[in-house]
Design a protein around this ligand. Structure first.
Ligand code: HEC
Length: 468
């Protein structure tokens, strides 16, 4: 078992050393995982605490931008709230180090370690019978992952602790990977190793028009859909050292309308032509990595399974944070402290816009939220809209709505293909064209660069030769 683990860690370190693209916006810097040493300092991920009543309010959310936006800010506040890191010896400015809840969530690296250990210890019989892991097995591996320092000796561990000498350095404990998963999301994918790897092997033909085999499960690559406490984030990171700046594109009504109509940048967010800003650490979420490099986080996606077809939220940094998509930011976000009052937000709860009011019930006028919402409004029953300039890159990406593209998760379709085919995927891919959703809207489960099912499949193949 130790050998398997070492192998997995070795593979993970190669990926890190090879300088995996961070993929965020225009930057292609190296990506830092949460290694065993950082995980031991952070402790286990903070579970996402879902609002279990939300799914029952779906129609009301679809019919009201206002109701939808209130729920979205609340969900964001939950994951942005600072939490103590587990190691009580880590202090910044004489106080216990803290990190936003979502920064404790599991990365691909954690996932790979946990699966490798679970699967190895599952034993030949259970592996061959494709038995799911029990809750107790998953609890145990999560405890182990949260405390095992891997190959790090005391001296090295101390050295890593010594690097945490500022707020940004403490934030660096959470790495700068793009995608992280809540406890509920990880549990579910671990439990579903057998159906996920079956799909990864291509053993399940994709038929977009097939009715789900079970009414309660529309995801053929899973035994059940994700649970309500499943949440996943995707972040954008931009290097902030060497005087590097943050491109800024306005999101007022006129700017959004031009992109939405496709009259600028092919309906995308454009390249290299934006204004630039150099926000301070107090204004934008900033991390310092173990090698001394610094990154800003200009944008963050959050999806939660509180709604059956997920709740789709995104925030982006702005030098004018209180206009348009920031105008209704509740005091709750301001009270979080830190940079979070400088981010704007949009949200989608369904494929179709059902709010009869183009302005969503918000005030109109220059720089207003009402006008900004009206810029993409096409009437009740037309597709919804939400897009983030730092994450959705390339032509047509400013015309999209999250959910429409994500319905294809688990298929071999790529984003570019979805956006480029108005016949197969009308309205820039925003409409519902499938009857089943292979990976329950989560691309990372089956697609690169996360490819969690493929990571599991590599272990499955490895043991298949041993278990023969
Ligand atoms: C045109 C397609 C497309 C659109 C539009 C889109 N995404 Fe994604 N998204 C992807 C793909 C492909 C991935 C996986 C690859 C990656 O990680 O970059 C992904 C990854 C993610 C992830 C990580 C979990 C996962 O599913 O892999 C989250 C969270 C996410 N997107 C949220 C959003 C939100 C919120 C929006 C709307 C503001 C959005 N996405 C719009 C294609 C899209």
């Amino acid at each position: 078992m130790r050998f398997e683990l070492a192998l997995a860690l070795f593979a993970a370190s190669i990926v890190a050393a090879a300088g995996c693209s961070s993929g965020g916006a225009d930057d292609a810097s190296r990506e830092d995982d949460v290694r065993p040493v950082e995980r031991a300092i952070l402790g286990a991920a903070r579970p996402y605490n879902p609002d279990r009543s939300l799914d029952g309010k779906k129609d009301a959310l679809d019919a009201s931008q206002k109701a939808r936006r209130e729920v979205a800010w609340k969900a964001m506040a939950k994951i942005l709230r600072d939490r103590n890191v587990a190691d009580d010896g880590v202090e910044v400015d004489g106080k216990r180090a803290k990190i936003p809840a979502f920064r404790t969530w599991y990365g691909k690296d954690d996932y790979e370690r946990m699966f490798a250990k679970l699967y190895g210890e599952h034993g030949k019989q259970a592996r061959v019978a494709k038995k799911a892991f029990t809750n107790a097995q998953i609890d145990a591996v999560m405890d182990w992952n949260a405390s095992d320092r891997g190959s790090w000796g005391d001296a090295q561990f101390e050295e890593r602790l010594q690097q945490i000498d500022s707020r940004a350095a403490a934030q660096g404990l959470g790495g700068n990977a793009r995608v992280s998963y809540s406890t509920g999301a990880v549990r579910h994918m671990l439990k579903n190793w057998a159906p996920l790897t079956k799909c990864a092997r291509g053993e399940l033909a994709d038929d977009p028009k097939a009715e789900p085999a079970k009414a309660a499960n529309f995801a053929p690559c899973l035994n059940d859909e994700f649970p309500k406490d499943a949440a996943v984030i995707k972040a954008a990171w931009l290097r902030s050292d060497f005087g590097l700046k943050v491109p800024v594109r306005p999101t007022d009504a006129a700017s959004i309308r031009a992109r939405f109509e496709g009259s600028v940048d092919e309906g995308g967010w454009g390249k290299g032509d934006a204004n630039e800003a150099s926000p301070e650490e107090s204004s934008i979420y900033t991390v310092k990595m173990s090698d001394g490099s610094s990154f800003r986080m200009p944008a963050l996606h959050l999806v939660t399974k509180e709604l059956r077809e997920w709740l789709w939220i995104t925030i982006w940094w702005s030098p004018e944070p209180d206009t348009d998509f920031g105008a209704d930011r509740p005091a709750e976000i301001g009270r979080l402290g830190g940079p979070w009052k400088n981010y704007k937000m949009c949200v989608v709860t369904g494929y179709e816009e059902k709010d009869p009011d183009p302005t969503g019930g918000f005030p109109k006028g220059p720089g207003s939220l009402g006008d900004a919402l009206a810029a993409t409004y096409q009437g009740v029953g037309a597709p919804s809209w939400c897009s983030n300039q730092y994450i959705e890159r390339g032509a047509h990406n400013a015309q999209t709505n999250c959910i429409g593209c994500h319905q294809h998760a688990g298929t071999s379709l790529r984003s570019e293909a979805i956006l480029a085919d108005p016949v197969a995927f009308p309205e820039l891919g925003r409409t519902k064209v499938r009857k089943n959703f292979p990976a329950d809207y989560v691309f990372a489960a089956m697609s690169p660069p996360e490819s969690l099912a493929q990571i599991m499949q590599a272990q499955v193949e490895h043991y298949a030769t041993i278990d023969r």
